[in-house]
Write a protein that binds this ligand. Structure first.
Ligand SMILES: [Zn+2]
Length: 155
C-alpha cells in the first residue's frame, strides 16, 4: 500500500502483510492500546519511506487510553536488526486507539516532539501510525509525518 502526504512531497510504502501484522498485534491487546517501533529505509532523496518491519517494546504501559513504550531492554533487538539490515533505520512509531478515532492526542504530539529532539534519533521527520482497533478487527488507520512540532496526515 502506498500513502501520499497532503502537505509534503513524501510517500510511505508498506506491505499489506506487515500492516496486517501490526493490526493483529494491536487487536490482540484490545481493549488496551499497544504499539511499537517502525523500521524501514529511505529512497528517492528521502521522499519515499519504505516501512519494512516493527520492533515491539519489552517494557510498556497500555490502558484503553494510554500507551507509553520504554526503550528499556530493546537495545539488543535494535542491534540484531541493524546487523541483519544494515541500510535500515528506526523511522517512527505506531500504536492503537481502541474504538477511538485515528486523531493524535496531545500526548502523542508531545511524544513525537521529544523523539525528534532526541540526540540518538537521527531523523527529523519521524512517522506516526495510529490504528483504530476493535475487538475483532480494525476500524481505520492514519499515518502522520512529524515536522516542526506538527503532525501532517497522509491520505
Ligand atoms: Zn495515541
Amino acid at each position: 500500500m502506498k500513502l501520499i502526504n497532503k502537505h509534503k512531497d513524501v510517500e510511505i510504502l508498506i506491505t499489506d502483510k506487515l500492516f496486517k501484522r501490526l493490526s493483529t498485534y494491536g487487536i490482540n491487546q484490545f481493549p488496551n492500546e499497544f504499539g511499537g517501533f517502525l523500521m524501514g529505509h529511505y529512497s528517492n532523496g528521502f521522499k519515499t519511506v519504505t516501512i519494512t518491519d516493527t520492533i515491539l517494546p519489552k517494557v510498556y504501559k497500555g490502558t484503553p487510553s494510554v500507551f507509553h513504550r520504554s526503550v528499556k531492554g530493546i537495545q539488543k533487538s535494535f542491534e540484531e536488526f541493524y546487523k541483519k539490515e544494515p541500510i535500515q533505520y528506526y523511522v517512527g512509531e505506531w500504536h492503537t486507539h481502541p474504538n477511538a478515532s485515528t486523531q493524535y492526542s496531545h500526548s502523542d504530539l508531545q511524544a513525537m516532539i521529544s523523539i525528534a529532539q532526541c540526540e540518538t534519533v537521527r531523523i527529523t521527520n519521524p512517522i506516526l501510525l495510529i490504528i483504530s482497533t476493535s475487538k475483532s478487527g480494525i476500524n481505520s488507520f492514519r499515518f502522520y509525518l512529524y515536522e516542526n512540532k506538527k503532525l501532517l496526515p497522509f491520505v
